[in-house]
Design a protein around this ligand. Structure first.
Ligand code: GH3
Ligand code: MG
Ligand code: MG
Length: 393
């Protein structure tokens, strides 16, 4: 839930802003305040962001009271941007289009709460300034003073945005971007380059190494935030789309495309890993006897039950119609057996129809394809030996 404090006495503006934002953000709550007197009685820490008409809080003291405690967007007719350093942004009331911008800004602010940015710059002053802006924008921020530090942080944190300076001691921005792009593409980590150099060819070089955008010092806060918004919006969009294309609509498990896109690289990342292939027994007979819809219900339950039993780091993939693959990192086949045995032991009937499955497990094989093949052969063996069995040899 996003809690917005709207400090505005004009009812037309109030309504327009609330309507526009409610249309775009599902879980949002507004509190409208119409004077500073009223504002003083509000507990500001109950709110995520304030949208404030600068005529209502006309003195410096009033504005400071607000911006010291909460991220604020100023609504104004005055173009002086007096408080730009301490507020998130200015929205001009004389232009209808800026209200659309306000909605986009709030939307981005809301999504940023789950994201972490890494700011890499050897200048503490620049780092602090960028961090301050990003925090106002609701991003979590970690700082590093060179590429090497950044790589260590990237190893241990889920970072969604990397901001890099070019020239730094120990390891510069070029080296850092090259290193990051060896394993992470844009949809995993967008990169924004920052530099004070007046020579454009340096920026171009960084872009060629894989940075996605570039901003030259000195830059305004507005410019930085807009470029960050653009990168993160694209990043979200691609990931939402990708997620949809990787999920099987019936069982909500991954489909086979994830084997190539993700599991293959994880396979080589983990030294120890196991694969289990599970296939429902005589599923055709179940379909024939009770109908396809009942069959679907069993498939959904089976997938749900597997997901409920396995660990957070395991992956379930719908490998075929009624065949599921579980990829288990840091797991031997004996340990995988325990997990699959638990799945088997706690399996329930669906609409009073009992069903069983057979399973083959492998932790041998030098490639993903090889390990799948071995597990599949064991599954076949389990079927041949009478079904309702788990085979690991
Ligand atoms: P076995 O024990 O040897 O695995 O026998 P089986 O009948 O389970 O295997 P077979 O491969 O002969 O048949 C699989 C059946 O699964 C046939 C197919 O119609 C059914 N099936 C595949 N996808 C779906 C689905 O999405 N929904 C339903 N209801 N059935 C499906
Ligand atoms: Mg089957
Ligand atoms: Mg089958």
């Amino acid at each position: 839930m996003l809690n917005i404090l709207l400090i505005e006495d004009n009812v037309t503006y109030q309504k327009a802003i609330i309507r526009l934002i409610e249309k775009e953000i599902l879980f949002v709550k507004f509190k409208v305040v119409e004077s500073f007197e009223e504002l003083k009685h509000i507990n500001l820490s109950d709110y995520d962001i304030a949208i404030c008409d600068d005529v209502l809080l006309d003195t410096n003291e009033h504005i400071q009271y607000l911006v010291n405690k909460i991220t604020t967007i100023i609504l104004t007719k005055d173009k002086s941007q007096k408080y730009i350093e301490s507020v998130l942004d200015y929205i001009y009331k004389d232009d209808v289009n800026t209200f659309k911008y306000l909605v986009q800004l709030i939307k981005r602010f809301n999504k940023n709460k789950n994201l972490k940015a890494l700011v890499v710059d050897d200048s503490k002053t620049i780092r602090n300034m960028i961090s301050k802006y990003l925090k106002l924008f609701n991003l979590d921020v970690i700082e590093a003073s060179n590429g090497k530090e950044a790589i260590n942080i990237l190893k241990n944190n889920k970072i969604s945005l990397l901001i890099v300076d070019i020239y730094m001691p120990v390891m510069d921005g070029f080296e850092l971007v090259k290193f990051v792009r060896k394993e992470k593409s844009f949809e995993e980590l967008p990169i924004l380059g920052v530099s004070g150099i007046n020579d454009n060819s340096e920026a171009v070089k960084l872009l060629k190494f894989g940075a996605n955008d570039f901003i030259k010092k000195p830059f305004s806060k507005e410019e930085l935030l807009i470029r960050i918004s653009n990168l993160l919006n694209l990043y979200d969009y691609i990931n939402q789309y990708k997620q949809k294309s990787e999920i099987d609509p019936l069982t909500k498990t991954y489909n086979r495309s994830i084997l190539e896109n993700k599991i293959d690289s994880l396979f080589h990342f983990y030294e120890k890993k196991a694969i289990a292939m599970l296939d429902i027994d005589f599923f055709k007979k179940i379909n024939d006897a009770y109908g396809h819809q009942v069959g679907d219900k069993i498939l959904k339950y089976f997938a749900f039950h597997i997901k409920n039993t396995i660990r957070k780091n395991d992956f379930v993939i719908r490998y075929g119609g009624e065949e599921f693959l579980i990829f288990m990192p840091n797991t031997s086949k004996q340990e995988a057996y325990v997990v699959v045995y638990k799945i088997k032991n706690t399996l329930k009937s669906v609409d009073n129809i009992n069903f069983t499955f057979s399973c083959g497990i492998a932790d041998e094989g030098n490639t993903l394809a090889e390990m799948i093949k071995i597990a599949d052969e064991r599954l076949y063996k389990a079927k041949k030996e009478g079904r309702d069995k788990i085979v690991i040899k």
